[in-house]
Design a binder for this molecule. Structure first.
Ligand SMILES: *[C@@H]1O[C@H](CO)[C@@H](O)[C@H](O)[C@H]1NC(C)=O
Ligand SMILES: *[C@@H]1O[C@H](CO)[C@@H](O)[C@H](O)[C@H]1NC(C)=O
Ligand SMILES: *[C@@H]1O[C@H](CO)[C@@H](O)[C@H](O)[C@H]1NC(C)=O
Ligand SMILES: *[C@@H]1O[C@H](CO)[C@@H](O)[C@H](O)[C@H]1NC(C)=O
Ligand SMILES: *[C@@H]1O[C@H](CO)[C@@H](O)[C@H](O)[C@H]1NC(C)=O
Length: 222
């Protein structure tokens, strides 16, 4: 059964921990492995060197180190969103940038992020926004953010590929994470709650050899 194999993977990955890295647009800072369960990978504050991002025709890319995963993204129009509540509307509903879906495959993944397709949020060229990606490979939600300035520009000419052509299945509902984190009441993803005010990040990301080391461990276990 698919469920059984996913559970097996979740067990392995809990032991070795697991990762995804946002590659484009650039995240707030270098990937911090031990903060990825927290708001914006532990980066509490928006950066000033924002990425100019196309108002239409945009895309994003990331690297998945999980064989099976779900992904979605939320968007904030707050200049310095530093907690999950800043990604909700006045009624407290998440502002969806990328509806949650499930797919599979490790390696690069590249898909549209067309700002002009986002509903329920007024978005125009010149606005500063922050997009927060929420990735779940079976052992909790992982978060990375990119601070953007929307612009009437074409998408950048950068290489963007899918490592696999795995099917993408929309999820009927988004996973629960924001309310628990912003109010302090606990959910299974509660690790993010303690960090919504952002611990200072002083270290740089784990080295490449560390990341590859983890992959090596996963492959060895399979
Ligand atoms: C902003 O500058 C920092 C320091 O040079 C860099 O690490 C980061 O990747 C830059 N962020 C963006 C979004 O370009
Ligand atoms: C967008 O953010 C930049 C960098 O923080 C800031 O200089 C600029 O004034 C902001 N623009 C708007 C429209 O708020
Ligand atoms: C961002 O969230 C904080 C905490 O909930 C809130 O106090 C602040 O007003 C929010 N900022 C904006 C601009 O909505
Ligand atoms: C990668 O797959 C996603 C999901 O099927 C698709 O939307 C996207 O267009 C693909 N990217 C490329 C570069 O083919
Ligand atoms: C995009 O980049 C490729 C490879 O760097 C180059 O061959 C191509 O001419 C570029 N296309 C545009 C429209 O700039």
């Amino acid at each position: 059964m698919r469920f059984a194999s996913a559970a097996t993977f979740a067990g392995l990955l809990t032991v070795v921990s697991a990762h995804f890295q946002l590659q484009y647009p650039a995240p707030r800072g270098p990937f911090v492995e031990d903060q990825e369960l927290t708001f914006c990978d532990g980066y509490a504050n928006a950066v000033s060197n924002r990425t100019q991002f196309p108002i239409s025709g945009g895309f994003f890319s990331l690297n998945s180190e999980h064989p099976q995963w779900t992904l979605g993204a939320i968007i904030s129009t707050v200049q310095n969103p530093n907690n999950f509540a800043n990604f909700t509307d006045s009624s407290g509903n998440e502002q969806t940038a990328i509806p949650f879906f499930q797919t599979s495959g490790e390696g690069s993944f590249c898909a549209p992020l067309d700002i002009s397709d986002i509903t329920g949020v007024t978005l125009k060229a010149g606005m500063n926004v922050t997009v927060q990606w929420i990735f779940d490979g079976g052992d909790g939600e992982l978060f990375q953010c990119a601070d953007l300035t929307l612009a009437d520009i074409p998408p950048p000419n950068i290489t963007c590929t899918n490592a696999t052509n795995a099917a993408v299945t929309p999820l009927s509902s988004a996973p629960a994470f924001t309310t628990g984190s912003s109010t302090g009441s606990s959910t299974s993803s509660a690790p993010s709650a303690s960090n919504t005010n952002g611990a200072a990040i002083s270290s740089t990301a784990f080295g490449v050899s560390g990341i590859f080391g983890v992959v090596g461990v996963i492959l060895a276990l399979i």
